[in-house]
Write a protein that binds this ligand. Structure first.
Ligand code: HEM
Length: 122
């Protein structure tokens, strides 16, 4: 399980790095954003991240009632939503809203993951 968790963590870091890169390209209006690898690789990474998360959660007896896993999943949906806003926005202020929202959500997800507490700042 330790190896799987390490892979899950590495994929989580790659997801954030990939998002920051794509957000930067979106701000610059770069055509790189439309290239095939840049469109496909994040989906491969994020699908593996999710699948490993489900496997890890299953290994822990699916602790959704403890709160932290549910909080992570809700924040994950928000991270995805803000990511879509960032990459589809047609103006830079809207892109900024997306980036700030997405990075706040994923920062919260990391805090919840490490503390196993849905209120990690409390
Ligand atoms: C952007 C999304 C995600 C990020 C950034 C993330 C991040 C992390 C990190 C950093 C850890 C390691 C915590 C530690 O060592 O104490 C972790 C563990 C874990 N993650 Fe995620 N995760 C994400 C998505 C998910 C999803 C979607 C699920 C479930 C469906 C999930 C389930 C788990 C479980 C169960 C563990 C604990 C494993 C254990 O303690 O044995 N994660 N996650």
């Amino acid at each position: 399980m330790l190896a799987l968790r390490n892979i899950h963590m590495a994929l989580a870091i790659l997801s954030v790095v990939g998002f920051i890169l794509r957000a930067a390209w979106a701000f610059m209006g770069s055509p790189v954003l439309k290239s095939k690898p840049v469109r496909i690789l994040p989906h491969v990474n994020d699908t593996l991240l999710l699948v490993l998360g489900v496997v890890l959660a299953y290994g822990l007896g699916w602790p959704v009632t403890s709160g932290w896993l549910a909080a992570k999943l809700v924040a994950l949906l928000a991270y995805i939503g803000f990511g879509v806003v960032t990459l589809r926005a047609t103006t830079n202020p809207m892109r900024l809203v997306g980036v700030v929202g997405a990075l706040s959500c994923v920062g919260y997800i990391f805090m919840v993951a490490f503390t196993k507490n849905p209120l990690p700042f409390a």
